[in-house]
Design a protein around this ligand. Structure first.
Ligand code: AMP
Ligand code: MG
Length: 531
């Protein structure tokens, strides 16, 4: 099939066509009771130019890569609205940091409609930073280059790691400046603006349902639930109380799978508010996220959360459950037996445990031979890794390379372990590696029970343990270069993160341990919600 420019494709608009929306087009900030969305036109930007394009996403949607400037980029910046687009901002609410925040909504994201992919599936294209909507509250509806580049890079990197996520199609510079106080400390500065075109089957969040229930808009709640079932969970059958229960169970299951992936790749979302939880179980809203470098369950990159650490790495499984409970609460008007929603939550706990265990066994090159022993091994690992501040990515990658030697029961096993720890540890305090050494000895003994050869084991482990992840300081370096007009670092990262399990010997520096200077650097180690 020939690829078409995005300004020449035909958009589908089921969300707008099938749900109640407010159609005045008024962009003024306000409450919009009674509606699922507001029709709103993007606000044009000064000088849209393409900064980055996801080839995979483009090919999948049958879209031609745009030239730097022109109608396709104008469409991806919101400067050109074509006849088949019905741009809208969705209305939703949410719990922010545990507190009910009322109406939030798409304050700067505007969906253009759905594009039809080469396999016939339909994907919503949403512009983030496209200008004010009724949901902008006091903010400007814009996004800065640094946060847009981070969303663009990370959503594609997560996809290539196999983590359920929304995708990104393009990153467009706007030519406008946006004023942000990056650390909310009175140092507001003008920064270059940018817009990401992000892509997902839908961007419906837990918070869409929550707001309907909180406002007593039960007709809208039901309409939105039925819409979600019809378009995104058709395999569950026609809407009924029974179907709603199975749907909640499935959302719980998918959320558990997503969290299990986060916990095994070392991803910290940073703002797991219920408005940032996808109803499809996709990672959504890349803001002050970060990647674990020293393994530390208490780590979060989000400065807004430094006090309570509600969204720290190790809290994520618990927070997702809390968020699912909030969703269950929102769905109670649809099911006569509210208690029955509880079984969906059980699904969360069991899927999380089993998925995390399965993913970890793969990373360790183990087949499920010895359930009790293996569970003890995977459960002891977090504690063992956190004491000597082990870089999780480096650890698993080095362990994969070490597997053949360990399986041969070498005399110098202790020396191999020390080498592995030295290569992956940030702290070298004596005795802190005691638990890890003990864990490694047990692991090596267990590994030798495997029937596969050392080389086979190494190959399967290398396919489960990425060499490259989007280390916090690497994203920051790409941002600083892009702000001066140099896109090479961004392009190199895009290239490497597409195949993160490959060696890419020319780019080995991108797989190195975090350098010391990046330890506390703003933008690398610390991020805020200002974006
Ligand atoms: P977030 O913390 O990014 O998930 O955003 C929470 C809410 O604030 C959402 O309703 C966003 O649409 C809104 N928001 C964040 N930044 C802006 C902005 N610059 N302009 C308008 N709304 C925004
Ligand atoms: Mg959000």
């Amino acid at each position: 099939m020939n690829a078409s420019p995005v300004d020449q494709i035909s958009f589908q608009n089921p969300f707008v066509d099938e749900l109640r929306g407010e159609t005045s087009g008024n962009k003024g900030s306000r409450q919009v009771p009674g509606y699922c969305y507001s029709l709103v036109q993007p606000t044009p930007v000064e000088s849209p130019h393409l900064l980055a394009w996801s080839e995979e996403m483009g090919d999948f949607l049958g879209l031609a890569k745009p030239t730097e400037r022109g109608p396709a980029v104008d469409a991806l910046a919101g400067n050109l609205v074509t006849a088949s687009m019905k741009p809208f901002a969705a209305r939703y609410g949410g719990h922010q940091f545990g507190n009910w925040a009322g109406q939030l909504g798409d304050g700067r994201a505007i969906s253009l409609g759905q594009a039809v992919a080469v396999d016939g599936s339909r994907w919503e294209i949403q512009l983030k930073g496209a200008g004010p909507t009724p949901y902008s509250r006091r903010a400007d509806g814009r996004a800065v280059l640094r946060s847009s580049l981070r969303e663009f890079l990370c959503s594609e990197a997560m996809h290539h790691l196999g983590v359920p996520t929304t995708r990104a199609l393009s990153l467009v510079g706007t030519g406008d400046e946006v004023v942000r106080d990056m650390f909310y400390n009175g140092n507001a500065q003008a920064e270059p603006g940018a817009i990401v075109a992000r892509v997902a089957p839908t961007f419906i969040r837990f918070g869409n349902f929550q707001l309907m229930t909180a406002q007593g808009e039960i007709d809208n709640l039901r309409a939105l639930a039925d819409y979600t079932l019809r378009h995104h969970y058709p395999e569950l059958g026609p809407p009924s109380p029974e179907t709603y229960l199975r749907w909640f169970e499935e959302v719980s299951r998918r959320t558990a799978v997503m969290i299990a992936h986060w916990m095994t790749v070392g991803f910290v979302h940073g703002v797991m508010n219920t408005d940032n939880m996808s109803i499809l179980g996709l990672t959504v809203d890349y803001g002050p996220y970060g990647w674990l470098e020293p393994y530390d369950p208490d780590w979060t990159p989000n400065t807004t959360d430094f006090g309570s650490r509600r969204y720290a790495f190790g809290q994520q499984p618990r927070v997702a459950l809390w968020n699912l409970m909030a969703l269950a609460q929102a769905l109670t008007p649809l099911v006569p037996d509210a208690q029955a929603l509880r079984s969906g939550l059980n699904e969360y706990a069991s899927t999380l445990a089993s998925t995390q265990h399965t993913l970890l066994l793969r990373k360790l090159g183990l087949t499920p031979l010895m359930p009790d022993e293996d569970r003890a091994l995977t459960e002891a690992l977090p504690q063992a890794l956190s004491e000597p501040e082990i870089d999780m990515t480096l650890f698993f990658r080095q362990l994969s390379h070490l597997a053949p030697a360990l399986m041969a029961a070498p005399d110098n096993e202790a020396a191999l372990f020390q080498e592995l720890i030295a290569a992956a540890a940030y702290s070298a305090a004596p005795n802190e590696d005691r638990n890890l050494l003990q864990w490694l000895r047990q692991y090596a003994t267990r590994l030798r029970q495997e029937a596969a050869s050392g080389e086979e084991t190494r190959t399967t482990m290398l396919a489960a343990n990425p060499k490259y992840v989007l280390r916090n300081y690497l994203a920051q370096q790409a941002i600083e270069a892009a702000q001066t007009g140099d896109l090479t670092a961004l392009e190199t990262l895009m290239h490497v993160l597409k195949t993160p399990f490959d060696e890419h010997p020319d780019h080995a520096a991108l797989a190195a341990k975090r350098p010391d200077w990046a330890r506390d650097k703003p933008g690398s180690a610390t991020l805020s919600c200002s974006s």
